[in-house]
Design a protein. Structure first.
Length: 294
């Protein structure tokens, strides 16, 4: 059995189910979910991610509108635009593509999104609901990781899981998910970060290691226990003149070496990334249903 986790294949299966669900929504409500993506500036990676979200929305039947704003947009103008979307009954979900250009307060801008439209799950209210065990919208990447583990039958209950990275986008919400009292949780979770001493002492004993730092070579083969599961969330661009676009994508772990040791491992690309998009689509669909049931 291959130890490669095919996130793309699992994502396609989820999106096919969503397509059927949205077809039923169209019949029942004469409407479909709508996502608005706010894209500020011309960051090439952000543009690429947004295009992928547009394509995925189109495939399942979700309306997607991308609002492109100039890099020099003022914080006040951006927040006013978000407030207008908060009041727009036809907008069910909204995300602001990160990172934002320098000079814009990301935290302030994220918190200006209405929690009932915050399909990235990053508002204080939604993170608080997750922490309390009553989640509304779970950040898409952590949710995608949890679903991946379930799909490959990686037992979380009673397992020792190490997460390298403590961001509000991935590390913290993922720790809450995997340690929660649920069928897909009940794990003993350790979070390591840049100030942690001897990370290897934790990872070498872990049943599952999730690495989400944004730095290549964070996890090396000597840090991994044989037959453990490794989930690589990182996406890093490495210059490669042999490639048409001038770069190749790598994760946060030394993939080729760890592939020989781990029982299961996600590739980059094709692992967590497609799952993130699938979970975003699920959140948008949920936002629509919460809105019509108010």
């Amino acid at each position: 059995m291959s130890n490669l986790i095919d996130g793309k294949k699992i994502s396609i299966s989820i999106q096919n189910s969503l397509k059927e669900e949205i077809s039923k929504i169209r019949k029942n409500y004469n409407s479909v979910p709508k996502l608005v993506v706010v894209l500020v500036g011309n960051n090439p990676a952000s543009i690429s991610y947004v295009k992928a979200k547009e394509r995925a929305c189109e495939k399942v039947g979700i309306l997607c509108h991308v609002e492109r704003l100039e890099e020099n947009v003022s914080e006040g103008e951006l927040i006013k635009y978000i407030y207008d979307l908060n009041l727009d009954s036809e907008t069910h979900g909204m995300i602001v593509q990160l990172p934002l250009p320098k000079g814009l307060d990301e935290e302030k801008i994220i918190q200006s999104i209405s929690p009932i439209k915050d399909v990235d799950g990053l508002s204080n209210e939604n993170l608080g609901l997750l922490a309390s065990g009553n989640p509304r919208f779970v950040p898409a990447t952590p949710l995608g990781v949890q679903v991946l583990l379930h799909e490959i039958n990686a037992k979380t209950e009673g397992s020792n899981i190490v997460i390298i990275g403590r961001s509000k986008l991935v590390g913290i919400p993922l720790a809450l998910l995997l340690s929660s009292k649920s069928d897909l949780g009940n794990a003993s979770v350790t979070i390591c970060h840049s100030k942690s001493k001897n990370i290897k002492a934790h990872t070498i004993k872990a049943d599952i290691v999730v690495v989400a730092t944004g730095f290549p070579h964070t996890l090396t083969a000597d840090m991994v226990r044989k037959d453990s599961v490794v989930i690589d969330v990182g996406v890093n661009r490495l210059e490669d003149k042999s490639k048409k676009n001038g770069y190749r994508l790598i994760g946060d772990c030394d993939f080729e070496e760890i592939y020989e040791i781990a029982s299961k491992i996600t590739p980059v690309p094709g692992g967590v990334g497609p799952m993130t998009i699938a979970m975003l689509l699920k959140n948008v669909t949920k936002a629509f249903l919460l809105n019509v049931k108010k």
